[in-house]
Write a protein that binds this ligand. Structure first.
Ligand code: ZN
Length: 390
């Protein structure tokens, strides 16, 4: 999953119609704006000492071993955005069935003592220091050849154990089809691991195909026959424009099969600059408007381009916003703008623990049980249930 980070060491800064100076400046304004207002929003300062520090919130506690767990009394969540580890390129495959003593998150706050400070009021990747990002890039370079050490901990038993601690009922597992030579089929890998690892019913597999794969339609039909419940597409990592004709063929097939499409959507700001052009919100509009019967879930609610994703979701009946990575004040604004029926919980595990997104939803929905239930559970069940029912 991290391989594309490794490819971005040197990027030329050239303005074109696909990526203008204004596009670049909007991203920098978003970054500066959220840094300036962190802690000044309606929920006040939300800075914690690593992930264990979340035990200060009323919904969490530490167990006898010092691990974070959720208290009872909140809906059992459905997480629409998780991943399992995988060996990339020439690296050996990850043993997805192996339990390890701890999970190495990509933002691994609790690894060090003292843990890294965690601010819930900014886009979550703003918590990476430059040194941490540098380490992440090196790990992804090494990962292409030797396999990432972190990925060895992104396994089915580790995810199931964390779901238990967090009261999470289901996690949707999203593969990404890179179309690399020498690569195993990423969808069959997760279907197989979920079944053999005892995750059936708890881990919900999505499929992924590459828009430039000549066999994409038949692959999709095959994945659905084997249990895939939706499709994940990542325009940046897969290097395609969401409104490209070959991508449209995927949405058409999804319409036929009744599958929701979950897009990585918008710029995270930590990807190589030359990939950002693929995730600009304006490139998603054509797909959403051409296929009103296909349900589109915008991952990360448009990431750092959330200001443009929100009006798109407001005017499109077939769009939902999955809020992993957004800061608390931003989630509050999203909810106010699009309403509780269009917002869904997601975590981007194992980049971050399941608890991070959970904490943010609980803060924003305090005193609003209907909104809490809809975001954590009800909306996702509807999205997944309709797909399975057809
Ligand atoms: Zn993700």
């Amino acid at each position: 999953m991290l391989a594309p980070l490794a490819l971005g060491a040197a990027t030329a800064c050239t303005s074109s119609a696909d990526y203008t100076d204004d596009d670049a400046q909007r991203l920098e304004r978003q970054r500066a704006g959220e840094a300036a207002r962190s802690g000044n929003g309606p929920y006040g300062p939300l800075r914690f000492e690593g992930y264990r520090g979340l035990a200060k919130l009323p919904w969490f506690e530490l167990d006898d071993a010092g691990h974070l767990r959720v208290r009872t009394g909140i809906p059992r969540a459905i997480d629409l955005h998780g991943h399992l580890g995988r060996g990339m390129g020439l690296a050996p495959a990850v043993d997805l069935l192996r339990a390890t003593p701890r999970v190495r998150y990509e933002l691994d706050c609790d690894r060090d003592n003292p843990p890294c400070p965690l601010d819930l009021d900014v886009y979550v990747n703003a918590n990476f220091t430059d040194a941490m990002l540098e380490e992440l890039r090196w790990d992804s370079v090494r990962g292409l050849i030797l396999g990432s050490r972190a990925a060895q901990t992104h396994t089915v038993p580790n995810l199931l154990a964390e779901m238990e601690a967090m009261g999470v009922e289901q996690v949707v597992v999203l593969p990404i089809a890179f179309n690399l030579p020498f690569d195993d089929d990423p969808v069959l890998a997760i279907l197989d691991a979920i079944e053999k690892g005892g995750g059936s019913g708890r881990l919900v597999p999505f499929a992924s195909v590459h828009p430039r794969d000549a066999r994409k339609r038949e692959k999709l039909r095959d994945y659905v026959a084997r249990g895939a419940r939706g499709v994940k597409l990542h325009p940046e990592f897969q290097r395609f424009y969401p409104d490209a004709p070959e991508a449209m063929e995927i949405y058409e097939e999804c319409g036929r099969l009744g599958l929701p499409v979950l897009f990585h959507c918008g710029r995270s700001g930590i990807e190589p600059e030359f990939l950002r052009r693929y995730a600009l919100i304006r490139r998603y509009v054509g797909a959403i408007e051409a296929f009103p019967d296909v349900r589109f879930i915008l991952g990360h609610a448009g990431a750092r381009d959330v200001a443009e994703a929100v009006p798109l979701a407001r005017r499109s009946e077939n769009v939902w916003l999955e809020i992993s990575s957004q800061g608390v004040t931003s989630i509050g604004e999203i909810l106010a703008a699009v309403g509780e029926r269009k917002v869904v919980y997601g975590t981007d595990w194992p980049f971050y623990p399941l608890a991070v997104s959970l904490a943010k939803v609980l803060i924003v929905t305090e005193g609003r049980p209907d909104a809490r239930h809809a975001i954590l559970r009800g909306n996702a069940l509807e999205l997944l249930g309709e797909a399975g029912g057809r």
